[in-house]
Design a protein around this ligand. Structure first.
Ligand code: FAD
Length: 541
């Protein structure tokens, strides 16, 4: 196969226009082109009046060597890479069962690949099965009732289940592990298009059924799930050389499960588990994350700015944006987890706190566009101990709870009022989507001063890029604190904890992923590292 990249055609091109364009581009006769597969389809909307579709294509041609020779030196023509996933090994006969803690994308992919290699993992999840969890999550959104063990952050499917389901990432991925994640998602019921559109997303409802389908596959391969099963302690014992080695876990009910290999895929909100790990002496350290608010605009406004007369085109879908501004006070402000045509959701896992995030359905057809507008902070912003970032997050989440009225409504403010430094007393035309509701107030009550200063400057800079971004009636709700993990559970080249052998910290909570796709990729990497360790081999560098 030959890979041809950067083949550009106008947005409204006829279906049959692709083949002649390929023939022209490669100087081929029609009979020389045997098969065409779209590997990726993106778009270039820099000129909204002349949007171009940009194709990456895999082609079967009659004389592959000849075509490659004729186009040697053209970076857009080359052999198509082999993206098929190769397992790194099989579980040895009678291999002990590893434990996977957490069923977010990281734990799910780790467990699936372990099961596919014959390891029969035991999967422990503090929350409930995804259907129960859906009811509990809606309980907070509809009635203001939080279930601390079953919510947007905790339960089958992990944090990304009630999300926009964006499935792209900027990570380096030389082994195409992201492709393996997407292929498993398609096998579990995701639409095929996620394999070729440049910014795939699946929305919330499909994620729910996919998570169930992956569970069925893992169980069919000998894996075993236990829900409502919170890990509250680690068994750590010295090995023959006197080094710390994990030997199992203790569960909330008092039961102890022994295992020499434990994947720790607990996400960024398992604050109690972070504390337990620190108390057990597992090496962890603070890391940078971000804090800010969600902002909402009419989706139609974003579509018109980004796509001009092509707003509403089916292939383009609802428009997104990605913004960054470096401020005079040395802070950077950026848009985070932008959800076109979606809604802002209550995302706390702890009582007495308010946290925002965003989600959408596959259709992305809701009225508002929303995104986090967040300010980067580093461990130098708070006292120097491993879990100080968690305390920092909690402080602002509690203040947001208070400012919202103490019943899980979010504090909200109009952009015009925020820029003018006055509290909002009413909301305008842009109706906030956050449930159970929004209390107009002054968001400066629940954000650090440096964040408020930086966001004021950035909103005006963003308005220069997207006219209307700083419109007076755009709504902001807060606080957005769970942008990534406030800690890193440091691991070595063998992907095991640097001071506790057999423990594989993984995914977003351990500080090695940010988003569904990268968490899934990290899950595969950790499953592979575990297989290498189980078969006495080193993880290749
Ligand atoms: P998680 O998904 O957080 O999973 C951790 C799991 O571990 C949880 O199920 C938890 O219950 C369990 N657990 C924790 N502690 C224990 C314990 N002690 N014992 C047993 N089980 C435990 N990312 C994107 O790429 N695209 C998006 O569109 C997107 N939208 C999002 C929308 C929302 C509302 C949220 C909250 C997040 C969104 N994200 C999105 C981020 C994405 O969800 C996370 O990056 C991803 O889920 C991290 O995966 P993970 O497996 O590392 O951790």
């Amino acid at each position: 196969m030959i890979r041809l990249t950067e083949l550009r055609l106008p947005l409204h091109h006829e279906e049959g226009a692709l083949r002649p364009a390929i023939l022209r581009r490669l100087g081929l006769d029609d009979r020389d082109l045997e098969a065409v597969r779209v590997f990726r389809r993106g778009y270039d909307a820099r000129n909204p009046r002349a949007i171009m579709l940009v194709y990456t294509l895999d082609l079967a041609v009659r004389d592959e060597a000849g075509v490659l020779r004729r186009h040697a030196g053209d970076p857009r023509v080359g052999p198509a890479p082999d993206t098929r996933y190769q397992f790194v090994g099989r579980a040895p006969e009678g291999a002990p069962r590893p434990i996977v803690i957490g069923t977010g994308p990281c734990g799910l992919l780790a467990a699936l690949v372990l099961a596919q290699m014959g390891f029969r993992p035991i999967i422990l999840e503090r929350g409930t099965v995804v259907r129960e969890r859906t009811k509990d999550t809606w309980g907070l959104w509809r009635r203001g009732v939080l279930q601390p063990e079953s919510n947007v952050q905790f339960g089958e499917g992990g944090a990304g289940t009630f999300s926009d389901g964006k499935l792209y990432s900027g990570i380096k991925d030389p082994r195409f592990l992201g492709r393996k994640v997407l292929e498993e998602f398609v096998r579990a019921g995701a639409p095929e298009e996620i394999l070729y559109v440049s910014k795939p997303h699946i929305g919330t409802f499909r994620l729910v059924t996919m998570v169930e389908s992956i569970r069925a596959q893992i169980e069919a391969l000998g894996g075993e799930y236990r829900f409502g099963t919170k890990v509250v302690d680690l068994l750590v014992e010295p090995d023959a050389a006197g080094q710390r080695h994990v030997r199992g876990v203790a569960l909330a009910g008092g039961e102890v499960l022994r295992a020499d290999q434990v994947v720790l895929a607990i996400g960024h909100s398992a604050r109690d588990t972070f504390g337990m790990l620190r108390d057990r002496g597992v090496f962890l350290e603070p890391k940078p994350f971000s804090i800010g608010v969600r902002i909402e605009h009419p989706q139609g406004m974003i579509d018109r700015v980004r796509f001009g007369p092509n707003a509403g085109n089916k292939l383009l879908g609802a428009a997104d944006y990605k913004l960054v501004h470096h401020c005079g006070n040395g802070r950077s402000v950026y848009s985070f987890c932008m959800c076109p045509g979606g809604r802002v959701v209550a995302a706390t896992s702890e009582p007495g706190r308010v946290v925002t995030n965003g989600m959408s359905q596959y259709s992305r057809a809701e009225f508002n566009a929303n995104a986090g507008i967040v300010v980067g902070i580093s461990p130098s912003d708070y006292p120097d101990h491993a879990l100080a970032g968690v305390e920092f997050q909690r402080t602002w989440e509690s203040l947001a709870f208070e400012a919202g009225g103490g019943d899980y409504r979010a504090p909200g403010q109009l952009v015009g009022d925020f820029l003018a430094g006055r509290a909002s007393t009413a909301l305008g035309e842009v109706e906030p989507s956050y449930k159970p509701g929004v209390t107009p107030t002054d968001l400066a009550r629940c954000l650090p001063d440096f964040a408020v200063t930086a966001m004021r400057e950035a909103l005006l800079a963003f308005d220069a890029q997207i006219p209307g971004f700083a419109r007076a009636d755009a709504v902001m709700t807060g606080v957005e604190t769970r942008t990534s993990s406030p800690i890193r559970i440091r691991r070595g080249l063998d992907l095991q904890s640097v001071n506790t052998a057999g423990l594989f910290p993984a995914g977003e909570g351990a500080g090695y992923a940010g988003g569904i796709l990268s968490a899934g990729v990290d899950g595969i990497r950790v499953a592979e590292a575990l297989a290498y360790a189980a078969t006495g081999r080193e993880v290749p560098r």
